[in-house]
Design a protein around this ligand. Structure first.
Ligand code: ATP
Ligand code: MG
Length: 425
């Protein structure tokens, strides 16, 4: 890891500054795990014996923000570009969890005790970036070397405190391609039904991270194995028990760097594909955004349109590409993985790829030859047939049957039964 990383450099500076002021300061948690795995941490967390107010005083109020004041977490803004923010948290133990989500109180403590409140051994280590030494009170290095996700302390007690840890266990196991320790997995299996005390937002955040990761298949298989899948997505139960489940898993595996929406749609693709309400309902329950919800729902319920793409009228295909912009390629991708997983033919997918590559946007969605305003100007009264007429003209244009406004008006006359001046269609 090079010191030229501005983020890392800033995280070292934060530690030095705290040390110079006489405090203990260490990197903690996920960044230590990532460093030991030879990966670039996404962010650096610092743990210290300085109290939150002391941290703010030392770094100045302008450069800091209390994010979880009651938990003793202060965000320090990096001054250089690319330095990002560093989270500084005071070593703490957590009081009792009454609601299965967050502790009633926290108390400041030693690093050893702080390690005990963390979720998994591989996430419970500290690193001294000045001396370049690891402080490991929980045998995290052993589990990291063995590739094991193990709860710190009694897994049942730890999952009872915070049920989200159950999903985190699945995510870390899958994304690192580790094994889950047997007592840890057994505890998840027993407590899985209680997952729902956690907010749907936090559940879907974990689900997102699992699904965008290349090991998404492992994540979903493990979630099923420890009974979390049936709790967070009960609608999948029938599919999971059917022959189609292996197709779903293969499809998930075949996706190349999908967005969350594409991966989620793949997971849900055979849950009542003819009924948008079911898919939309799942997305709403998971508190996904409207954009996410609509894209997932359309992917599941409209992906079949492309099965027969080479034989569709051009107007229908062009309308489809236009209405699914700018994410029309997701529809091709879900078809690609579905075709591969069912050993179906890729000819429709290849047709779509070729079509989009070779066809300019101006041909897929050209300016209309005749607009509603044009019709009104010629004395047509907006009414039920009005839109139908416009649609017919548009179809003729997109199908290449007409190419000029004159041809459009000729067709309008024809559709009006030949009477040149039908003013009230
Ligand atoms: P990632 O950022 O990849 O999710 P991470 O381990 O850094 O991994 P964070 O959510 O950023 O995860 O949390 C930082 C650290 O805080 C963790 O490494 C762990 O020590 C601790 N931690 C986070 N969430 C929990 C939790 N729900 N229960 C106990 N400890 C936790
Ligand atoms: Mg992190």
């Amino acid at each position: 890891m090079s010191e030229s990383q501005p983020q890392r450099q800033f995280a070292v500076e934060v530690v030095r500054k705290l040390r110079d002021a006489g405090f203990v300061a260490l990197w903690a948690g996920g960044c230590v795990r990532d460093l030991l795995l030879g990966k670039l941490p996404e962010d650096y967390d610092v743990a210290t014996d300085a109290r939150p107010e002391q941290v703010q005083q030392l770094f100045g109020h302008r450069k800091t923000r209390a994010v979880g004041a009651s938990f003793g977490v202060i965000l320090i803004h990096g001054s250089n570009r690319g330095a990002g923010d560093v989270e500084v948290a005071t070593f703490r133990t957590e009081g009792v969890y009454l609601d299965g989500r967050r502790p009633e109180s926290v108390a400041f403590c030693s690093p050893e005790e702080d390690a005990q409140r963390r979720d998994f051994t591989i996430n419970g280590m500290f690193y001294d970036p000045v001396a370049e030494t690891v402080l490991d009170f929980v045998d995290g290095q052993r589990d990291l070397a063995a590739g094991v996700i193990r709860a710190i302390g009694d897994p049942r007690a730890r999952f009872n405190e915070d049920k989200l840890r159950m999903l985190r266990a699945v995510r870390f196991t899958a994304t690192l391609a580790f094994q889950i320790d047997v007592p840890t997995a057994d505890a998840v299996r027993d407590l899985a039904p209680e997952m729902l005390v956690v907010s749907q937002e936090r559940i879907s955040q974990e689900l997102k991270r699992m699904l965008v990761h290349r090991n998404r298949r492992l994540a979903i298989e493990l979630a099923r194995d420890v009974r979390l899948l049936e709790v967070i997505l009960p609608e999948l139960t029938r599919v999971v028990e059917s022959e189609h489940w292996s197709v779903t898993l293969t499809m998930l595996e075949l996706l190349g760097q999908p967005s969350f929406e594409l991966a989620m749609a793949t997971l849900l693709h055979s849950v009542s594909p003819e009924n948008p309400h079911v898919v939309r309902g799942i997305c709403r329950r998971l508190k996904l955004s409207n954009d996410e919800t609509e894209h997932i729902t359309r992917l599941v319920t409209e992906r079949q349109v492309l099965f027969d793409a080479p034989h569709l009228p051009l107007s229908k295909l062009k309308r489809f590409w236009t209405s699914t912009q700018p994410r029309c390629r997701d529809f091709i991708e879900i078809n690609r993985v579905e075709s591969l997983a069912t050993s179906g033919s890729l000819s429709a997918v290849e047709f779509c790829e070729r079509y989009l590559r070779d066809t300019p946007e101006s041909e897929i969605n050209p300016p209309p030859l005749v607009t509603g305003n044009d019709l009104v100007r010629r004395g047509f009264k907006p009414g039920p047939n009005f839109k139908q007429l416009l649609d017919q003209i548009r179809d003729a244009q997109l199908d290449g049957r007409i190419a000029t406004p004159d041809e459009a008006w000729a067709l309008i006359q024809q559709l009006q039964g030949g009477s040149g001046d039908a003013k009230n269609p």
